[in-house]
Design a protein around this ligand. Structure first.
Ligand SMILES: *[C@@H]1O[C@H](CO)[C@@H](O)[C@H](O)[C@H]1NC(C)=O
Ligand SMILES: *[C@@H]1O[C@H](CO)[C@@H](O)[C@H](O)[C@H]1NC(C)=O
Ligand SMILES: *[C@@H]1O[C@H](CO)[C@@H](O)[C@H](O)[C@H]1NC(C)=O
Ligand SMILES: *[C@@H]1O[C@H](CO)[C@@H](O)[C@H](O)[C@H]1NC(C)=O
Length: 182
């Protein structure tokens, strides 16, 4: 009976928490900082569907303060030309995990660097209690183009978190605002 219950709870556990998001082991913020291109994006939110076809590779820069809080400065095309936005990621006790207040969605989310090799690519998950509508996976590259193997790794990972194939975007065009001033 005990073994049966243990197995059952193990099964329920994996069903409810099959989306476990852990930061990169021994995360090093210094090595993670600096310029990145957002080469891939997975977003299943219904409101985002009409925007999928406009997604381009865009550029950002990660800077941090002495406490370990992060600013992501992102450049992109707005309604009236190039815009620059700053996203503030507050550090948590877990290296590689931050919290972020989404103005657009008016809620706090976790931002986790789940995998990075610092010199080539990173995968970053933004989520709110695993509610798919408010979750996102980003693939960052130090260069605007990444090897097909890395793109496949990103697609596989996003699918494993439950994102639909249509929601996983790896655009080939680069936002013209990305390189204008940097
Ligand atoms: C980009 O981030 C680096 C490292 O944190 C910082 O030294 C640099 O000033 C930042 N550049 C811009 C343009 O924000
Ligand atoms: C983030 O940006 C804000 C506003 O521009 C600035 O006051 C703050 O010092 C920056 N922090 C970091 C970690 O770069
Ligand atoms: C990490 O980045 C280097 C390029 O700097 C690359 O040669 C290497 O294959 C990457 N590792 C993985 C696991 O992708
Ligand atoms: C992606 O998943 C497929 C199917 O499971 C597998 O064959 C492939 O090796 C995976 N690719 C990477 C880069 O992890």
């Amino acid at each position: 009976m005990f073994i049966y219950l243990t197995m059952l709870s193990a099964m329920l556990w994996t069903q409810c928490f099959n989306v476990e998001v852990h930061p990169q082991k021994e995360f090093d913020l210094q090595k993670f900082s600096g310029p990145w291109y957002r080469v891939g994006l997975a977003d299943d939110s219904p409101l985002f569907v009409p925007w999928r076809r406009y997604v381009q590779v865009s550029k950002g820069n990660i800077s941090f303060d002495m406490d370990g809080n992060v600013n992501l400065t992102a450049w992109g095309t707005g309604p009236k030309g190039c815009i620059c936005q700053i996203y503030y990621y507050k550090k948590t006790d877990l290296p590689g995990q931050f919290t972020y207040f989404s103005d657009r969605q008016q809620r706090v989310k976790d931002v986790t660097v789940v995998e990075t090799n610092y010199t080539e690519y990173s995968m970053v998950v933004k989520y709110k209690e695993l509610v798919k509508e408010f979750s996102q996976v980003s693939l960052y590259g130090r260069l605007p183009i990444l090897r097909e193997e890395i793109l496949e790794r990103f697609r596989n990972y996003s699918l494993s978190l439950g994102f639909s194939a249509e929601s996983i975007l790896t655009p080939s065009s680069i936002d013209p605002c990305s390189d204008s001033r940097h």
